[in-house]
Design a protein around this ligand. Structure first.
Ligand SMILES: *Cc1c(COP(=O)(O)O)cnc(C)c1O
Length: 360
């Protein structure tokens, strides 16, 4: 079997041991004579998997007891509207940092439900940098401040976080569980699973009890955080396969030394590729402020874009997939999520050096 180096931005590469375990268990889960995805979500076997995954989220992040872990469907995209449905309303105000493509979508949905005050807009710098966290101050009436911890398309990432008066809410879809976090500085953290946590179909939502308690109760059951918090995310049928796989990914993260261990590996991988950009003497360009460049999604362009096609064709020949940049940015993007091995980053860096030498 020849596994390729998968640089797709999402859905994205998963740890091979996780895929192999899923394969081995799929037809007959632990001698049940059926698959876990064919059994009731109220079965003892599923219950263990479900609550095991919740416990692992708590232990990996070191979550204090006053936070709930929820598994919700609809992707991070549904959170863009579920958050303001629950926490905003007519006359209520939210604060946002507009850091790029994903922040913009969250802002657009929040505006439907309440007021949005943008504290920092990256427009003037084409979303290539972020504000100094210590300069971020929420307005007195704000219900919350929303940030995007890693802009998956633009390739910028908060390296530390603002400490704010209003609760801090972060979309961490593309860097959740990639590094240790000061969780107590957040009111809420959410992430679609399909970048760092597993297959698509489930969204991890972590929320402080006081925010769940003060949320709007006048909503349909599925749209209320309290419904999911009070039922341990078993109010209705959960996305069983996605949660099952997510639990295995979390076990794999533990085996990599937890979040501190994973962060070390992620830094090293990113360094290898950023070094390749810098070492080629202007042949490659990184459009982002180096102080906030992402360890997860490395965006770069060729100084001579006429070589783009040939560059990309060469990566495919060497078994490297998914390097084409997002259509809104162009150029290239290497997504180095947790499951990307160091060898993948090294293979890309070597190719970049060879390509630059050939054409430089
Ligand atoms: C991928 C992504 C999303 C969208 O996630 P869905 O689960 O597809 O809705 C939102 N925010 C960020 C930062 C992302 O990377």
């Amino acid at each position: 079997m020849a596994r390729k180096f998968n640089f797709y931005a999402g859905p994205s590469t998963l740890p091979l041991p996780v895929l192999e375990e899923l394969q081995a268990e799929l037809v007959d889960y632990k001698g049940m004579g059926l698959s876990l995805v064919e059994t009731s979500h109220r079965s003892k076997e599923y219950d263990e998997v479900h609550n095991g995954a919740i416990s692992k989220v708590k232990s990996l992040l070191g979550l204090p007891d006053n936070y709930k872990v929820m598994f919700i469907q609809g992707g991070a995209t549904m959170q863009f509207s579920m958050i303001p449905m629950n926490l905003l309303g007519p006359g209520k105000t939210s604060n946002f940092i507009n850091s790029g493509a994903w922040a913009k979508k969250a802002i657009a949905d929040a505006k439907i439900y309440g007021d949005v005050e943008v504290l920092y807009d990256g427009k003037d710098t084409n979303y290539t940098t972020l504000p100094d966290p210590s300069s971020v101050k929420t307005t007195p009436s704000a219900e919350y401040l929303h940030i995007t911890s890693n802009e998956t398309i633009g390739g910028i990432q908060w390296k530390s976080f603002p400490k704010t008066e209003a609760p801090l809410i972060a979309d961490m879809s593309s860097d959740i569980m990639s590094r240790p976090l000061p969780v107590e500085d957040f009111g809420m953290i959410y992430a679609g699973a399909q970048k760092n946590l597993g297959p698509s179909g489930v969204t991890l939502v972590i929320m402080r009890d006081d925010l769940i308690a003060k949320a709007n109760q006048n909503l349909g059951a599925y749209l209320k955080y309290a419904t999911h918090a009070d039922s341990d995310s078993l109010y209705n049928t959960p996305p069983v396969f996605s949660i099952y796989a997510l639990g295995k990914v979390l076990t794999w993260i533990e085996s990599q030394g937890g979040l501190a261990g994973i962060e070390k590996k992620n830094r090293e991988k990113a360094q290898v590729v950023y070094n390749a950009i810098e070492a080629a003497g202007g042949f490659y360009k990184s459009p982002v402020d180096s102080a906030v460049r992402s360890d997860m999604n490395i965006v770069f362009t060729l100084a001579d874009s006429q070589l783009d096609k040939e560059f990309l064709a060469g990566t495919a020949e060497l078994g490297m997939l998914g390097l084409k940049g997002h259509r809104s940015v162009g150029g290239f993007r290497a997504s180095l999520y947790n499951a990307m091995p160091l060898e993948g980053a090294k293979a890309l860096a070597q190719y970049m050096a060879d390509f630059a030498k050939k054409h430089g």
